[in-house]
Design a protein around this ligand. Sequence first.
Ligand code: DX5
Ligand code: ZN
Length: 219
Amino acid sequence: MKLAPSLLASDLSDLMGALDLCKAGGADLIHFDVMDGHFVPNLSFGIPVLECLAKRTEIPIDVHLMVSNPGRLLGDYLDAGANWVSVHWEAAPHLDRLLDQIRSAGARAGVVLNPATPVEVLVDCLGSVDFVLLMSVNPGFGGQSFIPYVLDKARRLRKMIDHRGLDVEIEIDGGVDKSNIRQVVDAGVDICVAGSAIFRAADPVAAMGELRRRGLNKD
Ligand code: DX5
Ligand code: ZN
């Protein structure tokens, strides 16, 4: 299991401090949520912030684009140092082209599905992605509750991937905490994003350790 702390829940006045916590906690990826106030109601951070952070960490940055028309600035996110980039299926009518663009830039290409979008829409393009990000909350805000039916989506997606012998990772995002991470991993998820469960904990480094232990069935 990989752990991807979501910076959205960190102290935004101290993003460098958040990167240090991620390093100390052994984060596998740093989850960077881009919100445009259009595809989702909220705004977060964009290209200049990504550019600064990418220069300050060795940990790969996982850019989750919650934006309408993701193709418009995709090249700029890639140039700014995104190592993993995911675009929402719901926002990308020309998804195949965007996935190609991400991979051509040497980054890992992902597609994101909102909770209500069935995994079966990926039947044709699954071979063109490196990872699928399943939203387990409706995107736009941190600190929401995990939607349990997404576990069944993860199980169905795992079957689709394994049945075809593909090398595609499943990531999940939203409401993941120590109470549900074991179920999430058991459902076939490889990468867990966690915002509040890490950065709102009294000790974020210890929280990362506990999530990892519980996810790996070690207590
Ligand atoms: C929600 C974002 C998430 C968010 C997760 O739209 O995509 O990455 O930061 O935060 P938690 O873990 O608090 O639900
Ligand atoms: Zn996210």
